[in-house]
Design a protein around this ligand. Structure first.
Ligand code: URA
Length: 244
């Protein structure tokens, strides 16, 4: 396990978006920051940054925001984007306002299209992000796909072949699994993340995706009670599931 980082209290709070160094010093000197029930009056105090800090430190009567090294899952709604390059509201706008001022910033782990809903992971931990998206980690993603036209019947074989080419590309897709749910609905599991991959796979077999929803990343399923637009912090067990 990596060693827990140690940060000065004022740096920790300003990195979490509570204000400038000067502003958080005012909070600390006003006695509004407590650790294990005791006010901390020294803004230089060294703090060991561990996940349980969020339950032990209180800032202005509220538990501390998730300390650095956090990860969350969101049920991404339709119509919001993962990238500043696309038009429309960003997924970050669904997080508390202060979280948008964090350093290191929270980023999405891969992307979902604006018109795709479902399980989206986000983290401020660059090493974790790379571990999840690295090809060698082989983290699969499952999509619930609704189609415009009935399935032909040969899609699963073609997707699984490892020889399928997408238009404009020169490298075949890695094998993907497809499970038929009904005439116009299937679950597709892929282990790479090419641009608009699932939509393009179905376009290549003469179909059109009318709804796309990601319900699984690795072994982690989108919880049934996490509604569109809601998010939840990931536990260590959830992360193990992602990488399982
Ligand atoms: N494939 C797509 O076409 N879109 C997504 O958002 C994810 C996978």
């Amino acid at each position: 396990m990596s060693k827990a980082p140690v940060l000065r209290l004022d740096r920790l709070l300003s990195n979490l978006g509570y204000g400038s160094r000067r502003e958080v010093q005012q909070l600390i000197w006003a006695g509004l920051v407590t650790l294990d029930g005791e006010p901390i009056d020294d803004s230089d105090q060294k703090i060991i940054v561990q996940p349980d800090l969020a339950t032990r430190m209180i800032v202005d009567d509220e538990p501390l925001d998730p300390p650095p090294g956090m990860a969350l899952m969101m049920n991404k709604p339709l119509g919001v984007t993962c990238s500043h390059k696309e038009l429309g509201p960003l997924v970050y706008a669904l997080l508390p306002e202060r979280w948008r001022r964090r350093e290191p910033a929270i980023s999405t782990v891969g992307r979902l299209d604006k018109d795709t809903s479902g399980l989206l992971l986000m983290t401020d931990d660059g090493a974790l992000l790379h571990k999840i998206i690295a090809p060698r980690s082989n983290v699969s993603k499952r999509y619930d796909v609704t189609l415009d036209r009935p399935l032909r019947g040969d899609e699963a074989k073609l997707f699984a072949s490892g020889a399928m080419m997408l238009e404009g590309e020169d490298k075949p897709l890695l094998p993907a699994q497809m499970e038929i749910a009904s005439e116009k609905r299937a679950y597709v599991t892929i282990s790479e993340g090419r641009y608009h991959q699932v939509r393009r796979m179905f376009a290549a077999v003469g179909n059109h995706v009318v709804a796309l929803h990601r319900d699984r990343v690795g072994g982690l399923a989108l919880p049934a009670d996490l509604k569109a637009g809601e998010y939840r912090l990931l536990t260590a067990a959830d992360l193990e599931q992602v990488l399982a």
